[in-house]
Design a protein around this ligand. Structure first.
Ligand code: THG
Length: 364
């Protein structure tokens, strides 16, 4: 393990609980498995509660007189009505409207924001934008390491640890809660379509104590260590930067139009490019594809999607859904073929499977 790959405040615990594989996100360890199958983890997540080390969702903090201006400059989502205490999922785009990242934004104060980022170097991007425009802001990565508690029993576990008030937290809202004589931000959010919370722990030294406290409280609810579940994510249509989203995608083709203000009333980088794309119309769109044949293992390279003998798109993340009893994939499909019900062939490691274009999300 290279020392350039950052450990998290929870890595010692993750190791002692039997982690069997890591990914690296934002130059930081991200547990991928604890030895159970993705399907076993999926059912467990749907019935119980899991604890996830999602420290790699690093925070990029922007504070200062021009913080609100810089935050708005970075995203096409209209932030004028954003409230302190609100979380907002949004795309960051560049001058060509290419997606730079898709973070969750936390508005901490009128002049203080956290971008809770996906896998790209937003810290450098934000610093560059601030320096180039001589904005009066500081941009830095605080000592904040999110720990997710996800699943239908998450509220019970969180109420044991943080008190009954946590039950009143609305979806995509955050509040301040006490923990070991400190104050911590807790949000009702997470990379799953199940209920859940994220604790934005602001002191690395408390990581192991927090893990132990949650695990102790979760024992009577069958808590297990886990990680964002691929089946759950694909069913929910949650996008992943580096998989579904890259700099070569714009938000309008990726089902992120609802997070784009095209009115011209606000100022953000890439506005003219985005408006031009909206006017021209997109050439491809994010779609679901359902297809048959043997249950597919998680896709490690894109699966091409064909109509007749012509490639019309590709599945960027696909897997077998045990609940829908079909293979499902998130895919980018060209304009003449994106209608729901369009018959397609999916090429999966030397096999050709019949399928069709489907609506996202696959399941709620
Ligand atoms: N939690 C936090 N930060 C993150 C993620 C997270 N940063 C990276 C990555 N995950 C961002 N991606 C998403 C994608 C979708 C959602 C959350 C993070 C999500 N969306 C809701 C939905 O689609 O129903 C609603 C969003 C909204 O209404 O604003 O939950 O998981 N901290």
């Amino acid at each position: 393990m290279s020392r350039r790959i950052r450990r998290t405040p929870y890595t010692n615990r993750v190791e002692s609980f039997g982690v069997s594989g890591f990914s690296v996100v934002n130059h930081m360890l991200f547990p991928k498995s604890f030895g159970n199958s993705i399907e076993s983890d999926y059912w467990h997540l749907h019935e119980n509660v899991q604890i996830w080390d999602v420290s790699c969702q690093r925070q990029v903090e922007i504070r200062g007189r021009d913080a609100a201006r810089l935050a708005q400059w970075m995203t096409p989502r209209d932030l004028r009505k954003a409230q302190v205490g609100q979380c907002l999922y949004l795309p960051l785009i560049d001058d060509t409207a290419g997606i730079v990242n898709d973070p969750v934004l936390l508005k901490l104060a009128e002049d203080r924001f956290w971008f809770s980022i996906a896998d790209s170097d937003v810290l450098l991007w934000a610093k560059g934008l601030a320096l180039g425009a001589s904005l009066n802001v500081t941009v830095f990565e605080p000592d904040v390491s999110p720990l997710a508690v996800q699943g239908p029993k998450a509220e019970e576990v969180m109420a044991c640890v943080f008190g009954e008030q946590i039950r009143n937290l609305g979806f995509f809202k955050f509040g301040h809660f006490s923990l070991f004589d400190t104050t911590q931000i807790v949000a009702r959010s997470g990379y799953s379509k199940m209920d859940g919370f994220e604790i934005y722990l602001n002191d690395s030294d408390l990581g192991e104590e927090l893990w132990d406290l949650i695990f102790q409280a979760g024992k009577s609810y069958q808590i297990r260590p886990g990680c964002p579940n691929l089946i759950d994510r694909v069913e929910a249509g949650l996008l992943s930067y580096g998989n579904e989203l890259t700099k070569d995608n714009n938000p309008l083709e990726c089902r992120l139009k609802q997070y784009c203000d095209l009115s011209g009333d606000i100022d953000y980088l890439g506005k003219r490019a985005l408006q031009a794309i909206a006017q021209r119309g997109v050439e491809r769109k994010m779609r679901g594809v359902v297809f048959g044949g043997e249950p597919c293992a998680a896709c490690t390279k894109p699966w091409p999607v064909y109509v007749d003998n012509c490639q019309v798109g590709q599945i960027t993340t696909g897997i077998y859904s045990p609940r829908l009893k079909k293979n499902i994939g998130l895919s980018m499909i060209n304009s003449d073929f994106w209608d729901y019900g369009q018959a397609v062939d999916v090429h999966v490691s030397n096999t050709v499977r019949s399928g069709e274009v489907a609506r996202l999300p696959f399941a709620h």
